[in-house]
Design a protein around this ligand. Structure first.
Ligand code: AMP
Length: 219
């Protein structure tokens, strides 16, 4: 258990967390754990959890700490998380960060990557973002997959998320500043934060992250 690599990826919605986590997960051979993806899957499958949270997600609000803490606790019981995980979208509140410490025990968070981006860039990125409902692949509204509505990776439906509509984007940025931004000082106090300029092209962001992880003996 001592070699477990738990990496928390912080950043506003649209900072590129999902894209970077997918790449890093492949590189580090640890799972990409996205609470947003888990909740969206529950909504899509109309599970009891999905029915409970669907309007909250659509409005860009946060679901309860108890619910996401439970999802993450369960996720960490799976075999593939033994070597670690990349956490995307969790924790999002101080209460969740404390719950994560409790879930992980002695072998806690190793690194917190902060993907720094300006509000204007994320607003532009989110409003043009289209997503495959099946595999989570991300497209731009000008991509052929978005225009045809079909994912070239898995054939799933490519859609615009409700929470990528303008009112919800604004709401999510406010929620980020209020509830999630304080986590930076929480992890900074432990010397765990590496800052990455998320305004760059995705390849440059990945290269910068890998270099910073290597400096800390990861990868
Ligand atoms: P994301 O894909 O990470 O942007 O998450 C999409 C939505 O799922 C968020 O706007 C919230 O409604 C919900 N969500 C995801 N992760 C969490 C979390 N850790 N705590 C509360 N709500 C969350």
């Amino acid at each position: 258990m001592s070699a477990r690599v738990i990496i928390v990826v912080l950043g506003k919605q649209g900072a590129g967390k999902g894209t970077q986590c997918k790449r890093l997960a492949a590189h580090l051979a640890i799972p990409h754990v996205s609470t947003g993806d888990m909740l969206r899957a529950a909504v899509r499958d109309a599970t009891p959890t999905g029915l409970e949270v669907s309007s909250i997600l659509a409005a860009g609000q946060l679901v309860s700490d108890d619910l996401v803490n439970r999802l993450v606790r369960e996720r960490f019981t799976a075999d593939d998380a033994r070597g670690g995980a990349l956490l995307d979208g969790f924790p999002r509140t101080l209460a969740q960060a404390e719950a994560l410490d409790e879930i992980l025990g002695d072998d806690g968070v190793k690194i917190c990557i902060n993907l720094d981006v300006t509000n204007s860039l994320v607003t532009e990125r989110l409003s043009s973002r289209r997503v495959c409902q099946e595999c989570g692949n991300i497209y731009r509204d000008s991509d052929i997959e978005a225009i045809s509505g079909t994912c070239s990776n898995c054939g799933g439906d490519v859609i615009q998320r409700d929470d990528d509509l303008p009112a919800a984007i604004l709401q999510r940025l406010e929620v980020y500043e209020r509830d999630t931004a304080p986590l930076l000082s929480f992890y900074e106090g432990r010397g765990l934060v590496v800052r990455v300029d998320g305004d760059q092209e995705p390849d440059a962001v990945t290269a910068q992250i890998l270099a910073l992880l290597a400096q800390r003996g990861v990868g």
